[in-house]
Structures are given as C-alpha cells and as structure tokens.
Design a protein around this ligand. Structure first.
Ligand code: SF4
Length: 309
C-alpha cells in the first residue's frame, strides 16, 4: 500500500524548501529509501531520520536545523498545533484502499449492531466513504464525526471523533492498519469495538485485549498505592513535554519518595538499574496502554492513577 509523493513535493516547492529532514512512522520504514530517492529526483537534498516517530507530537526541528535543513517532512501524521522553529510539511500519506471486501467477508460479526460509528487514521480517511456505502447498502445506519482535519479521523491520543457519537451508536468500526488506533478507542468506550485491519484483511473484536489491559492497569494502580519510590516519566518531545513539579509535591505530601526522569522516547530499558517501585507516565498516553507488558515495574498513565493524585 503506497501513496503519491506529488502533494508533498508541491508543498515543499511552494515553501521554497531546499534541504529536507524526513520523519515517518515505523510502518513506512521499508518505503523511506524510495521516498528519499523521489525527493532527490525532485531537486531536494534529503536527510532521513531513523529515530522512531509516532506522531506530530515529535517534531525534530532543532535536530534538523543543526544539520542545516530548512524543512521537516512529516509523513503519515497530522499537524495538531505543536510549535516548530522550522517549516513543517505534513504529508498525510493517503492510501486508497477498499475495506468493503473485508467487511463483506466478516459481516456476521457486525450483524447484531444496527448503528455503526466509523473511525480511522489519517492514512485511510478515503476508506470511510467506501465502508459507509457498503454498510448502508446492507441495512446499517452509519455515523461519523469530524473532530480533526478529516471525517472520522482519530489519533492515538485524540478520540473525539468517536466519543462525540458514542451515545448514538451500537458499535464502533475502526478502519486502519494494525490495532493501534482501535486499541486506543476500545480502552475509552464501553461500546463494542471492531478493528478492521487493512493489512491483514481481518475484522476483530477488541474486547478480550481490553480486559487484559484493564486487569494490568488495576494491578498497577494497587502497586502504585503501595509504592515507596515513585518515578515521574517525562519526555522532552515537543508535543509531549509537561511540567511534573506540582505532581511531585502532591505525591511527596502523601509520603512517596519521588524522582523525575526525563528522556526522549520512554522505554523500559532506560529504567533498568534504577531503584523505583512504580512509575507515572506524563508523556504519550499510549505508554500506559500498549506498552504495559514490556515494563518490569508498574507503570501508569496519570488518568489511571486513581485517588492518589
Ligand atoms: S502523544 Fe502519543 S498518541 Fe499522541 S500523537 Fe504523540 S505519539 Fe501519537
């Protein structure tokens, strides 16, 4: 599945960019050398970042400037207002694909639900209308909401397009590649949630995974209550940085020993060797959902910390 580079090249030319620093989601890593070649053929000098990049919260403008670039090309993400010292061109990387054959194959799973809310990630916003058409033709009422740039579009940390229609639907259908977006939503809604994976060609109920994660969160919450030494995990990524000092005081007032740990990407390996009983995450909220199983200590998002904070 790939997308045309033409809109990105046009935008970069319009802004008179010469040397471009490229950031992209991990799922496009296999494509990025081809993209660099296409950009060079269009007249740009290109530097490709190999640091993982999960969203528009992560703008490497300072690094790009240091390397003499005059523009960032952010692929597969949407501008949500994070400030940059450099021109940022967002290339949505739209992929034109039809989810209808997968829905048709798996239609029995949707049978009990009359009103279906559709959400998607930026790359697949064009698939929403195709899914709507198929579902409506087969007797379903389809609802979508525009909370970001495109109808039905959600982010890993912005589910407004779903939550605004939650009371009006019987189930959600998340059209994307992989489970990342569907998992974000299923953790925030009590409605049945089906993840349509365009890469695997499957439609799966996310309920079991949700229950497993909820159990881990409940266990981590109890462990945090008992913890003596608590770490506050802070990222300095532009769109994730938050001040931890008020929270530190609050926890200390409750008898905790608190240390603030800062890093770029929050990973379990970076916490190895530190004497910590539990950690609270102040950075990307997906750390306290997707990554929980990878940590050797209880880690919680702030919103899951319960009465302690
Ligand atoms: S904060 Fe997390 S979920 Fe939100 S855009 Fe950044 S990486 Fe994605």
């Amino acid at each position: 599945m790939s997308a045309s580079i033409v809109p990105a090249v046009e935008k970069l030319k319009r802004f008179n960019a010469k040397r471009v620093f490229v950031q992209y989601p991990e799922g496009l890593k296999l494509r990025v050398q081809g993209i660099a070649k296409e950009l060079e053929a269009a007249g740009f000098e290109v530097i490709v970042s190999v640091e993982p990049c999960y969203g528009a919260c992560d703008l490497r403008d300072a690094e790009a400037k240091r390397l003499g670039c005059d523009a960032l090309l952010h692929i597969g993400h949407e501008d949500f207002g994070v400030k940059s010292e450099l021109l940022v061109v967002f290339w949505e990387y739209f992929i034109d694909t039809d989810p209808a054959p997968i829905i048709e194959k798996e239609f029995a799973k949707l049978k009990p639900y009359g009103r279906i809310g559709i959400v998607t990630s930026i790359q697949f916003v064009h698939a929403v209308e195709k899914a709507r058409k198929f579902l409506e033709k087969n007797g379903k009422k389809v609802l979508t909401h525009k909370a970001l740039q495109y109808e039905g579009q959600i982010l890993g940390c912005n589910l407004d397009a779903a939550l605004k229609i939650e009371n009006d639907v019987d189930a959600f259908l998340c059209i994307s590649a992989g489970k990342f977006y569907g998992l974000g939503l299923v953790m925030k809604t009590d409605k049945p949630m089906f993840c349509l994976d365009l890469e695997k060609g499957t439609l799966s109920d996310m309920d079991e995974l949700k229950k497993r994660i909820q159990k881990t969160i409940a266990w981590n919450r109890a462990a945090l209550d008992d913890a003596k030494r608590v770490a506050l995990l802070v990222s300095w990524k532009r769109g994730q940085a938050k001040s931890p000092f008020e929270l530190k005081k609050k926890l200390e007032a409750k008898g905790k020993e608190v240390i603030i740990l800062a890093m770029d990407e929050i990973t379990p390996e970076k916490l190895t060797g530190l004497k910590i009983d539990a950690a609270l995450n102040l950075a990307c909220p997906r750390i306290g959902i997707d990554d929980l199983g990878r940590y050797r200590m209880p880690v919680l998002n702030l919103e899951d910390a319960g009465t302690l904070i």
